[in-house]
Design a binder for this molecule. Structure first.
Ligand SMILES: [Zn+2]
Length: 92
């Protein structure tokens, strides 16, 4: 059974985008999904940055997380590294 789609608006260009399963989303989630689906320049830039951020965080968890053996870092250290990724991605 197909889930109900809804229409979200790209936060950069204001274009309406159909979001699958959108009927179950909150307004901010709908906007986020629409932005992730939009093809305008700003949205694509945003999508790439978001992707880079999640890849970086994934790598940190791989390299220093639960399964990293002797390289495993305390949660506090890992949280710090994840925050640094956010700071870099937010250009702070
Ligand atoms: Zn757009």
């Amino acid at each position: 059974m197909a889930k109900k789609s809804s229409t979200g608006v790209c936060r950069f260009c204001g274009q309406s985008v159909i979001v699958e399963n959108g009927a179950e989303m909150t307004a901010p989630q709908l906007e986020e999904s629409a932005t992730m689906l939009c093809g305008c320049d700003e949205a694509i830039k945003y999508q790439q940055e978001k992707n880079r951020r999640s890849v970086a965080k994934q790598r940190i968890n791989e390299l220093f997380g639960e399964d990293a053996g002797e390289y495993k870092q305390p949660d506090a250290v890992r949280t710090m590294m994840l925050n640094v990724v956010d700071a870099i991605c937010d250009k702070k």
